[in-house]
Design a protein around this ligand. Structure first.
Ligand code: ZN
Length: 157
């Protein structure tokens, strides 16, 4: 039995916020704006996991009107969603993802992101792909106004 899910997220870059992607703090003069820590990659992965089981999406599950999710570490949300999925008897088959950022360079941080996410999701590094791209200077992401992420997740049991 297999299920596949697709996730997408985008957050605006702003000053006075830390940049956290894939559970890793990235050195940059700007961070992502959001109710939680605005971890765009984790949010895309969560939505893909929820989508695979046709469950309510991340915004419904963790509403930005709820104070308890204010500035919350998104790895905590990922753990909650993974628990929900494993309780239903599902495991992660594999994940493929893209982080799209004009700057800063994501490459140096990807091994650490993989380590953080694999531990939470109980998968091996070869089951998690994190790719980094620029947007060739096009649109909001290319103009360094935002960072976006896409993910597909395959669940198995
Ligand atoms: Zn988000």
């Amino acid at each position: 039995m297999y299920r596949i899910g697709l996730g997408y997220d985008i957050h605006k870059l702003t000053t006075g916020r830390e940049l956290i992607i894939g559970g890793v703090k990235i050195t940059h003069e700007k961070g992502l704006l959001g109710h939680s820590d605005a971890d765009v990659l984790i949010h895309a992965i969560i939505d893909a996991m929820l989508g695979a089981l046709a469950l309510a999406d991340i915004g419904t599950l963790f509403p930005d009107t709820d104070k308890k999710f204010k500035d919350i570490d998104s790895t905590v949300l990922l753990e909650k969603v993974y628990r929900k999925i494993s309780e239903k008897g599902w495991q992660i088959g594999n994940i493929d993802s893209n982080i799209i950022a004009q700057e800063p360079k994501m490459m140096p941080y990807i091994p650490k992101m993989k380590k953080v996410l694999c531990k939470i999701l109980e998968i091996q590094p070869e089951e998690l792909s994190i790719k980094a791209k620029t947007n060739e200077n096009l649109d909001a992401v290319g103009e360094k106004l935002a960072i976006e992420a896409h993910a597909v997740v395959m669940l198995k049991r």
